[in-house]
Design a protein around this ligand. Structure first.
Ligand SMILES: Cc1cc2nc3c(=O)[nH]c(=O)nc-3n(C[C@H](O)[C@H](O)[C@H](O)COP(=O)(O)OP(=O)(O)OC[C@H]3O[C@@H](n4cnc5c(N)ncnc54)[C@H](O)[C@@H]3O)c2cc1C
Length: 387
């Protein structure tokens, strides 16, 4: 296996780094999933629009839809650099999930209309898929959409809506045919969040972020906001999840590892530096192994993509390993830094409480399906085991 990058790829990485040097002061880096600070949010929105203006949100999309038509490996390199700096890219439900769904099942006219807007981040979209009784088993959703002339009337309750209060649109799924089989009667819509009948209530999480309950009460949505074919929602959602751009999740672990390692080099405990403690050294070794393992899995999936090979193990192995490694990785970070890591301020607070926050965030492993559900994909699609 040769995992060297080409000179062109190295040059692209430098271009991304130059952009981040110019546009992202280190104090503005933050985790958009878990921070509700409004000033940072405004920065994040403006920063993401700058990324969009360069065409980088749609880096891999075809040029006719406002993309740059670049190969998946360029997206992975960009993602490595963005993760390494904790770049606060917001709106991934728009330029990621919604765009991915459109590319998977949108009509030509819809792709021409929506994708350039999503790529520039002109629309800020939230995800309205989950319902109180439809999470992993999304096909049991009960929100309904009834056609009424040139409108659809949508009613139901969505839950966990992340960034709901920052978004202008909801990318949502509703049951448009009550007689069809449960996977066939689902249609996708982009619902403007300022329409009469839309309301939200907060749902605060332990990680420090906010989700929302979203209520859709006879919301009249113009037919032009139906996305894809009527009844084609399930196909779109499934293919967008599986066909999304390659995210360099390993760089998140590498960044955390580098910060903990630096802390160990600087911090004394008892008679010596933490880095000289044999148990800490072992634990650091375990962290490095996890990060490296995840990097190899990402590189393997990029390589499969490039060589037009199907993803290994049904595309589920990297997700399962990464989601299950996360709490283990951050628990180890906590053990290394010690119980004071729970302090966020003051001279006894190591790393400003970041390590404890990472641990709390590490259990948010739901996005795109929990690891248990991904294990089932791995078993059936990946290993060919019976359902
Ligand atoms: C922080 C956060 C943000 C979110 N943001 C959004 C959002 O913006 N928009 C949105 O639409 N949704 C969002 N979600 C919802 C997310 O997609 C769901 O949490 C996820 O799909 C799981 O559904 P559930 O919570 O209903 O759990 P359930 O489906 O009830 O599952 C509960 C547990 O049972 C396990 N389980 C379920 N079925 C099986 C099975 N067949 N075999 C083995 N184990 C199983 C699961 O792995 C899980 O551990 C968010 C969730 C969280 C936690």
């Amino acid at each position: 296996m040769d995992i060297r990058f080409t000179p062109e790829q190295d040059a692209w990485r430098e271009e991304v780094r130059d952009f981040l040097d110019a546009e992202l002061p280190p104090e503005k880096a933050f985790d958009v999933e878990f921070d509700e600070d409004e000033a940072l949010w405004e920065f994040s929105h403006a920063f993401t629009k700058k990324v969009g203006a360069k065409g980088w949100l749609g880096l891999n999309w075809p040029t006719e839809y406002g993309g740059l038509g670049r190969p998946p490996i360029d997206r992975m390199i960009m993602s490595e650099e963005f993760e390494a700096r904790e770049a606060p890219l917001s709106g991934s439900i728009g330029w990621g999930l919604t765009a991915g769904s459109l590319l998977a099942g949108g009509t030509e006219e819809q792709k021409q209309h929506w994708l350039p807007k999503l790529g520039r981040m002109d629309l800020h979209v939230a995800e309205g898929l989950s319902e109180p009784a439809a999470g992993s088993d999304l096909a049991s959703l009960t929100t309904t959409a009834k056609r009424d002339g040139e409108h659809w009337v949508i009613s139901g309750e969505k839950t966990y809506t992340t960034w709901g209060t920052h978004a202008d649109w909801l990318f949502t799924a509703a049951r448009s045919d009550l007689t069809a089989s449960r996977h066939r009667g689902i249609t996708m819509f982009l619902v403007p969040l300022d329409l009469p009948g839309v309301s939200m209530s907060p749902m605060l999480n332990l990680g420090g972020g906010r989700q929302n309950h979203t209520f859709l009460d006879d919301v009249r949505v113009p037919h032009e906001y139906m996305i894809g074919e009527e009844g084609g929602g399930w196909h779109m959602i499934m293919n967008a999840f599986y066909g999304g751009g390659i995210h360099a999740g390993h760089a998140y672990y590498e960044r955390a590892f580098a910060a903990v390692l630096e802390h160990c080099k600087q911090t004394r405990r008892g008679d010596g530096l933490l880095i000289d403690d044999p148990i800490v050294r072992q634990q650091l070794g375990q962290l490095a192994l996890i990060a490296e393992q995840l990097k190899m899995l990402t590189y393997e999936s990029v390589s499969n993509f490039n060589n037009q090979k199907p993803p290994s193990f049904g595309g589920a192995i990297g997700v399962v390993v990464s989601k299950e490694a996360r709490p283990r990785f951050f628990e180890l970070c906590n053990r290394i830094v010690g119980p004071l890591c729970q302090l966020q301020e003051g001279r006894f607070a190591p790393m400003r409480g970041q390590v404890e926050a990472w641990y709390r965030h590490s259990y948010a492993n739901h996005a795109g399906g929990t690891s248990q559900v991904k294990r089932m994909v791995l078993a059936t699609r990946g290993l060919g085991l019976p359902r």
